[in-house]
Design a protein around this ligand. Sequence first.
Ligand code: UDP
Length: 320
Amino acid sequence: MKLLVTGGAGYVGSVCAARLVEAGHEVVVVDDLSTGHADAVPEGCRFVEGDVSEVAGSLLGEGFDGVLHFAAKSLVGESMQDPAKYWHGNVVTSLRLLEAMREHGTPRLVFSSTAATYGEPDEVPIAETAPPRPTNTYGATKLAIDMAMASYAASHGLAAVSLRYFNVAGAHGRFGERHAVETHLIPIVLQVALGQREQVQIYGDDWPTEDGTCVRDYIHVTDLADAHLLALDRAKPGEHVVYNLGNGTGFSVKQVIDTCREVTGHPIPAAVAPRREGDPAALVASSERARLELGWTPQRPDLADIVGDAWAFTRQALRV
Ligand code: UDP
């Protein structure tokens, strides 16, 4: 297939673009490099630098079989401080993309959605049938896009799939997580192991969880990328389907830090800090639907393997 990958210079987008090229697809990456890196665009992709909302129309006019849409603003804390950046950057951009797809008859869209659409769940593991009640602006904007996709599927025949990611981590060879401002737990802990930070802050130890720290479901970025390839094949005209992507196992912040200690051999000092605004206590996926309907089976579900791959990438990127 000829595929447009928005945000293909970012973390998940670059891994997915690499997997698509490996599978023999023709891939065009569009990215404005606001948070991505030009050298992260995989070999074999055509790269167009630009804002999705400005260049999607002319690009799609060439004729594409589908779009994988990763380009987004994705920091929960920032979304609470500057909501306009998220409503414009995520929702307005995605609506322009949907319109361009409709205009040029692009048949398929696979979208990078998030567990943050669920907010504080009534029960875990979370199934796709759980009510979406986002507790932060980031999650609200992603939910709005999911809903727009459902409308375009129903009214214009779009074949649409929203993949709701839980906590993505790990690396795929030379493709990994490199954020200018790092907010995610595993990369932060690894920065401590590298001596780039003194300690990791634990955002609250009085949550209603077993050890009092937040629980998340960590999934390997390569497994996540592979679900996109399956979703492309599964997408059906006129249907919008949502799939949760996680391993179904929750790890607390303390357990993640312990695993990082084991993998790196570093003591990793940690200190308890106040809770972070917008954080739910526990997010664990039920990925039964993805397993049954997409035939998706994660190949790297162990947290130690996920952290190990992130650690190898971080050391290689910094040549240490
Ligand atoms: N977290 C933490 N200290 C940090 C960064 C994150 O305690 O320096 C916690 C955060 O509160 C959340 C979990 O680690 O419960 C995962 O956070 P992350 O930002 O990696 O992903 P999110 O779950 O927000 O998508």
